[in-house]
Design a binder for this molecule. Structure first.
Ligand code: BG6
Length: 519
């Protein structure tokens, strides 16, 4: 039941429209444009947050009429809106809102690595209604550096007469420290850091942005949010899907590079950062950078890799299209991370992510230490269920808190209970695809949710030894549909801890209880 008293105010009233600008999307024919950028633009338009004069130029190789591109995008949008499994699902599309976006679309044929494309683009942009331009690189990573270089050489990144030029770079930003440094070097040779918006789409999720609100808009969390009270933190991004036709991409990436130094580190950064002095981009990003700086470089002993074999959820990874029959690429990664600073010294952060796991679940679980004194005669402290505060990011949106109460009745018996909050009970659901805030913030020039060059490099530096080990790291098998490899359980068991259960039909139900304690 929505709680009327605490309903959020209409955010569009407090938000301002983005300034007029031209959004140039490289990769107009790609999946990202279709699935995420267009639905996000539609949502922004429906919220009245786009300028009426905004234009969208879609660059792609191959001749095509604008009308054809527009019709194609319109059809996709309708399909996603009708798809109940899509986060864009909505019973009714607002035609006016989409028409405003559709009218602004223009297809621009051009090869990404051809000088002529940029000469023509420059001429086109000189005729644009606004001098402000956001260049969005919705293309494969191999094109990031060449496009940035071409834009720079053509003078398209020069900011003149008060107009802005911004460059949005998608993930993956490099594949290790050396390649990330090289990409930063190449981009920053043509643009100032303040013009570069490096995307990590996890930061576009409301539930992720809310971590800072939970921590810093409430008085009850910060006093215990430190090594004196917290035993450990678990960060999970478990997926039930496999590589979904992206086998050949995944063969060059693997779960660790795909998820750990970016998405999972970003979540860790939000949980572990010190309070910023304000919510301006540099204050927040400085505090997050300090967390990455304090992370102890991972050693191979801190990491477990796995690959799914055939199991209840389907065939083995090695059977997927585009995957080598003897592939050693990991589809699962777990890591133990320490943040060596005053607040977190000695508190392990356990991270795990994987494909074809038992349950789709992205969450952060903060487990508190045991109470200091045995007060309940028949209940030793170590038999008490630990307090666990969980921020649920996907697919559930909310928080849970596990704590102890006295069971009803004449005996003094302690029972574990759970208090839950779900966003849907308080706030109206919106058909949000997670790119709305990122696009809007970029147009406004707010880089808070984007990654800075230094943080990207520090994160890669933390994992570099694991990416380039002296010998091969073992890749442990796990059944598709299970909770991951046993070696990952052993990583925590060695510290006297256990993962929170993923609800798996193949899991040994006795192995874990709900609170992640060994039974
Ligand atoms: C992407 C990864 O960055 O994030 C994918 O490349 C992964 O492999 C995806 O599936 C997970 O994002 P989300 O928002 O679906 O949890």
């Amino acid at each position: 039941m929505p709680n009327e008293a605490t309903q959020s105010s209409d955010s569009s009233k407090t938000k301002r429209r983005a300034p007029p600008c031209t959004l140039v999307i490289f990769g107009a024919g790609g999946d990202l444009t279709k699935r995420l950028l267009m639905p996000a633009l539609y949502n922004l338009s429906a919220d009245g947050l786009l300028d009426d004069d905004m234009q969208v130029i879609g660059v792609n190789h191959g001749a095509r009429e604008t009308d054809e591109w527009r019709d194609d995008l319109t059809q996709s949008l309708r399909k996603f809106a009708a798809d109940k499994a899509s986060t864009f699902h909505t019973s009714k599309l607002n035609d006016d809102a989409w028409n405003r976006v559709a009218r602004s679309l223009e297809y621009f044929a051009g090869e990404f690595d051809d000088d002529a494309t940029y000469t023509r683009l420059k001429e086109r942009l000189e005729k644009a209604k606004s001098g402000n331009v956001v260049f969005y690189l919705a293309v494969g990573a191999r094109f990031f550096a060449p496009i940035a270089e071409h834009l720079g050489r053509a003078g398209l990144l020069e900011q003149k007469d008060g107009a802005f030029r911004r460059l949005v770079v998608e993930k993956p930003f490099g594949t290790d420290l050396a390649s990330a440094k090289e990409l930063n070097r190449c981009i920053l040779a043509h643009a100032d850091e303040s013009q570069v918006y490096r995307i990590d789409h996890f930061l576009g999720k409301d539930t992720v942005q809310s971590i800072l609100a939970v921590r810093f808009a409430n008085a009850m969390f910060e006093p215990v949010w430190r090594r004196e009270y917290i035993d450990h933190v678990q960060i999970t991004a478990a997926e039930t899907i496999g590589v979904e036709g992206r086998g050949s991409f995944y063969e060059h990436t693997g779960a660790f590079r795909d998820m750990v130094p970016n998405h999972l580190f970003q979540l860790l950064g939000m949980v572990a950062m010190e309070p910023p002095n304000s919510f301006d981009a540099e204050s927040v990003r400085d505090k997050k950078a300090e967390v990455f700086d304090a992370m102890k470089p991972l050693s191979p002993d801190d990491v477990v890799l796995g690959q799914y074999d055939a199991g209840p959820a389907g065939p083995a990874y090695r059977e997927e299209p585009g995957v080598a029959k003897d592939s050693r690429v990991e589809t699962y990664a777990a890591a133990r991370v320490y943040v060596d600073n005053w607040r977190w010294a000695g508190v392990p952060f356990y991270l795990r992510t994987g494909k074809r796991l038992a349950e789709r679940c992205t969450e952060i679980s903060v487990q508190l230490k045991a109470v200091p004194f045995r007060l309940f005669r028949d209940t030793p402290n170590d038999a008490l269920t630990p307090n666990v505060y969980t921020l649920r990011i996907d697919p559930a949106h909310g928080t849970t808190f596990d704590f102890n109460v006295k069971k009803p009745g004449p005996l003094v018996e302690i029972g574990a209970v759970r208090s839950s909050f779900d966003y849907g009970d308080f706030f109206a659901a919106s058909a949000n695809v997670g790119y709305e805030t990122l696009l809007y913030d970029c147009m406004l020039g707010d880089a808070t949710l984007f990654q800075r060059a230094d943080s990207i490099e520090t994160a890669w530096a933390v994992v570099d030894r694991v990416l380039h080990p002296d010998g091969d790291l073992p890749v442990h098998g796990y059944a598709a549909g299970s909770a991951g490899p046993e070696a990952a359980d052993a990583l925590l068991a060695a510290d006297g801890r256990a993962w929170r259960a993923l609800n798996s039909p193949t899991d040994d139900a006795d192995q874990h209880n709900e609170e992640g304690q060994k039974t």
